[in-house]
Design a protein around this ligand. Structure first.
Ligand SMILES: Nc1nc2c(ncn2[C@@H]2O[C@H](COP(=O)(O)OP(=O)(O)O)[C@@H](O)[C@H]2O)c(=O)[nH]1
Ligand SMILES: [Mg+2]
Length: 346
């Protein structure tokens, strides 16, 4: 096994970031290796080597480490515990909004702008369907095809928690891992359905909410929560007729809600790069805002640790097993749910 790892990493040395990973293949090989590894009696996971790979930005190491974390494989917890804290922090930018709003096109435009300036960027695409269902992700992949082989870009698709959206269940861990790599920006694209847009605000330093003029109804339903999570609004496809109406409406809303930070409302045409300069400036300004409002930073950090504790405490609980236990209890008579909850052990 160790030899095998050695061979692979020497293969990867041919060029950092230069190897296009087929995630599906990577996943199956890794799970198979892991299975073999579990069967052997003496197991060594060389986290020191992995940490070095991460620090060097070695694509294969990054891909494997993410897979390991996603699947709770051996050594992944220890790896997370040993992540360095002295790294200059990458800026985490979340991009959310309805399907088809132009999020991927915008990510592509940002990649162009940042790589031109010599920045290194990791992109996480969180899709409600499985990452191994390539049909659903084809759109994103085509939109970003220029960058799959780019030496300073790493792109990874992740499954979401369920059909109703929600980010990947290990998103906090995966972002922390990417922060141990030499990236300047970590972009997370997620479809704004259900929980995901609320979750993203707890993870990203800056959250962009992308809306489009024809999404009038969606804005109405999104509106309540969306003002809380957006740090920047992008009205994309703003060359369309109804755009000025929406822009006016959002600007009024943003102004009304403004406190220390007034949410910029940017008119964009992502396909033509219109509005991009303004967006780049706004992202930078929001970074400065973050750096000077430490309360917000502390809040975000607390939010993350809160979630980690919740995951940890609930890790042995299983929804269907709980349902079974309730059913069993009901067979003995009516159930007082408070007593049941107090006494239940997984
Ligand atoms: N007319 C117009 N089309 C756009 C614009 N931005 C994106 N699109 C198109 O809208 C479609 C969906 O874009 P995509 O980036 O995949 O949206 P996502 O689902 O939010 O990631 C694609 O066909 C894009 O080419 C824009 O500003 N104007
Ligand atoms: Mg997309």
């Amino acid at each position: 096994m160790r030899n095998k790892l050695k061979n692979r990493s020497s293969g990867a040395q041919k060029g950092r970031f230069s190897y296009l990973l087929n995630e599906r293949e990577e996943y199956f090989t890794f799970v198979r290796d892991e299975y073999k590894r579990k069967k052997s009696s003496f197991i060594v996971v060389d986290n020191g080597k992995i940490l070095k790979g991460l620090r060097d930005g070695d694509t294969r190491t990054i891909a494997r480490a993410i897979t390991s974390i996603e699947n709770d494989l051996q050594g992944s917890r220890e790896l997370l515990m040993s992540l360095p804290t002295d790294q200059p922090n990458a800026t985490v930018v979340g991009i959310t909004g309805p399907p088809g709003a132009g999020k991927s096109t915008l990510v592509n435009a940002l990649l162009h702008a940042w790589t031109t300036k010599g920045k290194r960027v990791a992109v996480l695409l969180v899709d409600p369907s499985s990452p191994f269902n390539f049909g659903a992700l084809l759109g994103d992949r085509i939109r970003m095809s220029d960058f799959y082989l780019h030496p300073s870009v790493y792109i990874r698709s992740l499954a979401s928690r369920g059909a109703l959206g929600g980010l990947n269940r290990r998103i906090i861990e995966i972002v922390a891992l990417l922060k141990a790599c030499p990236f300047d920006y970590i972009l997370i694209e997620t479809v704004g359905v259900g929980q995901s847009e609320v979750e993203i605000a707890g993870i990203a330093d800056t959250t962009l909410v992308v809306v489009v003029p024809e999404a009038g109804d969606e804005i109405q339903t999104m509106k309540a929560g969306v003002m809380e999570i957006a740090d920047i609004f992008v009205v994309n496809k703003s060359d369309r007729e109804q755009a000025s109406e929406l822009l006016k409406h959002l600007k009024a809303l943003a102004h009304h809600k403004a406190h220390a930070w007034e949410i910029p409302v940017i008119a964009a045409v992502a396909t033509e790069g219109k509005g991009l300069d303004e967006l780049l400036v706004s992202i930078e300004q929001h970074q400065t805002y973050n750096d000077t409002h430490l309360q917000r930073k502390l809040h975000l950090l607390t939010e993350k640790v809160w979630q980690l504790i919740q995951h940890e405490k609930m890790k042995d609980y299983d929804f269907s097993k709980l349902a079974e236990a309730i059913l069993q209890a009901q067979q003995m008579g009516p159930v007082n749910i408070f007593q049941f909850a107090q006494n239940y052990r997984p």
